[in-house]
Structure formats: C-alpha cells, structure tokens
Design a protein around this ligand. Structure first.
Ligand code: SAH
Length: 414
C-alpha cells in the first residue's frame, strides 16, 4: 500500500511554459515568449540587461539589485522590486519573466520527504527530493542530468538512458522550486533567521553523474552559494560521484564543495560489477584522485557511500577491508540500506548485518551513520529516482520543430 499523498498540483508561482523550452518552440508569427531570468548566473544576468538597453556602466549595479530580489527574496514579479526604477521594471517585464519551470507532480511521503517532478520541455522531466532533518535542518537532493550513462547495477536511475545534461539554470531552478514549496523566502518586512530555515544543505545525489556535467554544476554552485542570494554555503553543498577520477581534484578547485564517493565495494572485481565505471577508473586511480582533493582535513572529510546489499558486499571481512582502504583519508561513511525498486534482483541486508558492519567501522574510529531510508513510499529514496523521459530521436525533434514553426520538411526529408 502506498501512503504517498499525491498532491500533483501546479506551483502557484509556476508559469504555463517551461523556461527552457520557451524560446525554442515559439511558432513563427506568434509573439515571442519572454524568456525567464530564473537560474541565470551574474554574468548572464548582466548580459540580459545589456540586451534590453541598460547602459554598460549600470549593468553590474542593476544585476546586483535584481539578483537580490530573484535569489534572496524569490520574487516572481518585477513589480515587487521596489528599489528598481519603475521604467526599468516595465522594460524588464516586457522582455522577461521570473517564471519557474512547470511542475508535473509534487508528492509528500509519510515521513515528510517531498519529491518534485519538473517539466523541462517536451519529453524531458527531472526529479528533486527534499529530505527533512538531514544536514543542519534539511537537504535538497538535486539532479544534474536527466537519466544517467553509468548503469550501476543496483540503481534505478541507471536503468534510464541519458536524455541530456541539465543546464546550470535548470539545476538552480530545482532549489528555487523547493524554496517556493517550503515557503522559505523572506520579505523585506519579514526576514528569515538562519535558524528558521528548513532547507540548509544541497546534495548532488539525484539523477545523473555530476562530474560528467561539471561546467554546469560549477556554475550552479556559484549561484546557489552566493551570499547575496540563495546563500547556501559551499561547505553545505555536497557533490557525489561514482568515481570520475580525473575530474575529482578539478571539482574541488572550482567549487569548494564537499566530496562524496559512491564506493559500495572494496575490491575491483566486485566494484566493476556494481559500478561499471570502475573498469575505467579502478580503485587505485580513484583513491589517488580523492587524496588530491583540495582542503581535506578533519573539518573537510570525504563522505563514502556504501549501499548494503544482502550477501553481496556486507560481510565483516568487507567492513575490515573498507577500513584498510580508507587509511589516511579524512572520511566518514554513510551506510545506505539498499532501496528496492521494481525489477531489481538485489535485496537489502538485514538490520543486524548492517549494525555489525557499522560496529567494525565505528571501532576503527569512523563515524558511520546508517541512513534511515526516506521517502521510499514515493520512490524518492537514494537510487529510486527515474523519470519517464526518453531521448527524442534527432529526426523526431526536427520534425516537431518544423511542425511548430509551420515549415514542413521537403518530401523525403525526415
Ligand atoms: N552518480 C552520482 C550521483 C548519484 S548519488 C553517484 O553515483 O554518486 C545517488 C546515491 O544513491 C549513490 O551513492 C548511489 O550509489 C546510491 N544508490 C543508487 N541506487 C541505490 C539504491 N537502490 N539503494 C540505495 N542507494 C542507492
């Protein structure tokens, strides 16, 4: 029985047109849809302002004003930007919107976990999950790709082909949608104390492999961590990777984020099976990259995720092997009880086995919390995310775009 309260409903702030699809699908002859500014970086925002005629020497100051309204106060209407000149507000409103991407569905688990299915254009949907009581107050698990290329054998997302990388603005939009839904935007009259916040941490542990989309992930982190805007500090942002070794030091240098590694096995043969990417970057290479992560120390530890699969990777010998493998790396270990999904052959280790495994790690001095599964009833737990999106064939896309533009292809063309 599912306890999910299915509240599939429109976001009150949501527009009818997805931000990303607006310009691409505007029929010829129709008034051009106004693009949304939501998710833009500071540089992009300045360029957008220059594009509507703001004088070069004013774009920076104007962008900073807009930034604060968009990302600190979360306003959805230019009219609310009281310190921006009326005329400019009108110009902005003529050219742009502050629309969020449309929500296809919103679900709430019995345990308070929330999941949003976000519509990013025809056939492209992505999920993000808010988990209360994680991090300082609550964490948002964001996606970096629609689908995934990695095919980890125990992961539901791995059964969905990669549809495409998300843009930085689509990643930022996930955070904005969560703040909208949690009612977390302050107003100039009603500031929100840090202690009142419910969304304090971001984890890139949703769909996709963030290090295969590092440019957009890094830009998104710049926006999310900016102290004049959303202001979730880099130390409260964790990026999880299945082990794209050559990109790991670069991630640290560019983002200053916390690092998490989906480890799941302590030897190459088993890891090759569970995380096929290991064949490309085996454990030795992976650990050399981890050791090169900038700034590691007691205050900045690497999180190792270890999914507990019954009879596969959960023996005490493997717990001891894990301790050996981590020697010299400032680390904490998250033991994740396997979350089942339709069609999987794996089973979750029983609780006593997980506790015995954790005891070996604790004795060796590692913090190794067992992650209580959250949001299983709405398929929002680790590894359960999967949207129905499929990659549109190039020929089908062309045909659709032509049909929308009212210019059918020549006979014989796709
Ligand atoms: N591709 C990145 C980001 C995804 S994070 C990465 O692999 O790190 C999602 C986390 O959930 C990963 O640690 C993944 O290994 C784990 N996971 C996947 N399927 C799971 C499942 N069915 N049960 C529990 N954890 C799972």
């Amino acid at each position: 029985m599912t306890h999910a309260l299915d509240v599939a409903k429109r976001n009150p702030n949501a527009p009818t047109v997805a931000a990303e699809s607006a310009s691409a699908s505007t029929p010829v002859g129709a008034p051009a849809a106004r693009p949304s500014l939501i998710g833009l970086t500071k540089a992009e925002l300045q360029a957008a302002l220059a594009g509507i005629g703001v004088a070069p020497k004013a774009t920076r100051m104007r962008a900073e004003q807009l930034w604060r309204w968009m990302y600190h106060y979360g306003v959805t209407d230019f009219a609310a930007m009281s310190n921006v000149a009326k005329e400019l507000r009108a110009d902005l409103d003529r050219a742009f919107t502050l629309d969020r991407p449309r929500l296809s569905a919103a679900q709430v688990s019995v345990d308070g976990t929330r999941k949003w299915l976000i519509d990013l254009g025809p056939g492209v949907e992505v999920e993000s999950v808010y988990i209360p009581d994680v991090g300082r107050a609550g964490a948002l698990c964001v996606s970096s790709q629609v689908g995934c290329t990695l095919t980890c054998s125990f992961c539901h997302t791995g059964t969905q082909k990669l549809v495409r990388n998300l843009t930085a603005r689509e990643i930022v939009a996930q955070v904005i949608i969560a703040r909208d839904a949690l009612g977390e935007w302050p107003t100039p009259e009603r500031p929100l104390n840090d202690g009142d916040r419910r969304l304090t941490n971001i984890v890139f542990m949703g769909m996709g492999e963030p290090l295969y989309n590092l440019d957009e992930v890094a830009n998104a982190i710049d926006v999310i961590s900016d102290g004049d805007g959303i202001s979730i500090g880099r130390r409260r942002i964790t990026v999880s990777t299945a082990g794209v070794a050559p990109k790991i030091p670069e991630l640290g240098a560019r983002t200053g984020a916390m690092l998490a590694i989906s480890l799941h096995a302590t030897n190459d043969p088993l890891r090759n099976e569970l995380v096929p990417l290991n064949k490309k970057y085996p454990l030795e290479e992976l650990f050399a990259a981890i050791r090169a992560y900038p700034g590691l120390g007691n205050a900045k530890r690497v999180t190792f995720e270890y999914v507990m699969l019954a009879g596969v990777n959960d023996s005490l010998a493997e717990a001891r092997a894990l301790v050996k493998l981590l020697a010299g790396v400032p680390a904490k270990i998250n033991l994740i009880p396997f979350n089942p999904w339709p069609g999987t052959a794996y089973q979750c280790s029983d609780w006593a086995t997980i506790e015995a495994f954790a005891a070996v790690l604790n004795k060796a001095g590692y913090a190794s919390p067992i992650r209580t599964p959250r949001g299983r009833d709405i398929l929002a737990a680790c590894g359960q995310l999967r949207s129905e999106s499929v990659k549109e064939r190039a020929s089908a896309r062309l045909a659709r775009e032509r049909a929308q533009a009212g210019t059918p292809g020549a006979p014989g063309e796709p």
